[in-house]
Design a protein around this ligand. Structure first.
Ligand SMILES: [Zn+2]
Ligand SMILES: [Zn+2]
Length: 287
């Protein structure tokens, strides 16, 4: 069973996601994404169940304590931040009179989706890499904003949501504004968003899923788990969804069938713990 989970579970999820995308693209105009809530709920329940039954490391598992004292508050804050961004984006569109439906980018769906994945990930790659590697004043500030995501000493499905609200805000702008400005079609954005969502979930998955050569295309658990390593030499793989920018700029770190020994940061004594919520929230403000 574990061999099946290791090699077949992720391809099944990916194909199911593509099938769901095809289903939505065949809905009447204006109904795109109408079943997204069902899709996401089914996906999350299935993934949580498999993670509960087949954890890669028992010590990285979600506990009631980690869920209630860390993940849930961050999920609520992240959700509120996204709602706020969506709200002011909608206001901006209303006042500036820009319609997303008027796609300027007249490309077929597949190349549009590829570009809609590559462009924001390029921007995030550099912001993310700068946060980790630059120790300038600004780099330090970016690191303290990003740190909340690296304080946990576990990775698992719902830990994906552990991010400072300012980090959520920055990521959200990077993911939406360039694509909006370039005029991608709603269909391309919808499919790209499904891929981003699935890769985000599997990236933090505490299940030993292996994808072989696919790691050179999309960032999943085998790459992003190393990004959460407490060993600074392994904290590479800055891309969120595609591997291309890490491959081009020399930060791709892949060791098939190996896993980090410990997760978290190299110098935890210098920072609050992941359960000291208020202190973590104050990190970007120098406290
Ligand atoms: Zn990071
Ligand atoms: Zn992560």
């Amino acid at each position: 069973m574990t061999t099946f989970i290791r090699f077949a579970f992720y391809p099944i999820l990916f194909i199911a996601m593509l099938a769901y995308a095809a289903f939505e693209l065949h809905q009447p105009a204006g109904k795109l994404g109408g079943h997204y809530g069902y899709y996401l709920t089914a996906l999350a329940i299935l993934m949580l169940l498999v993670e509960f039954l087949f954890p890669l490391r028992k010590q990285w598992r979600m506990t009631w304590n980690s869920f209630l004292r860390r993940d849930l508050p961050f999920m609520l804050m992240g959700g509120a931040t996204i709602a706020l961004v969506n709200y002011y984006s909608a206001m901006l569109i209303l006042h500036l009179g820009v319609s997303r439906g008027e796609a300027h980018l007249n490309l077929p769906l597949v190349p549009s989706v590829v570009l809609a994945l590559l462009i924001p990930d390029f921007l995030w790659y550099w912001v993310h890499r700068y946060s980790h590697e630059s120790r300038s004043r600004l780099g330090n500030w970016f690191w303290r904003m990003h740190l909340a995501h690296h304080l946990p000493q576990q990775v698992y499905l719902l830990m994906h949501a552990v991010s400072h609200p300012i980090n959520v805000l920055v990521v959200r702008q990077i993911m939406t504004l360039p694509l909006f400005a370039l005029g991608f079609s709603t269909e391309a954005l919808f499919v790209a968003n499904l891929i981003v969502g699935l890769q985000g979930l599997v990236s933090h998955y505490n299940v030993d899923i292996r994808t072989g050569w696919w790691n050179y295309i999309l960032v999943g658990a085998e790459l992003h788990r190393f990004h959460h390593s407490a060993d600074a030499d392994q904290t590479k793989n800055y891309g969120a969804v595609v591997s291309l920018w890490d491959l081009i700029f020399g930060t791709f770190y892949y060791r098939p069938s190996q896993h980090p020994v410990a997760l978290g940061i190299a110098d935890p004594a210098n920072y609050p713990t992941d359960r000291q919520l208020w202190r973590v929230l104050k990190l970007p403000f120098g406290a």
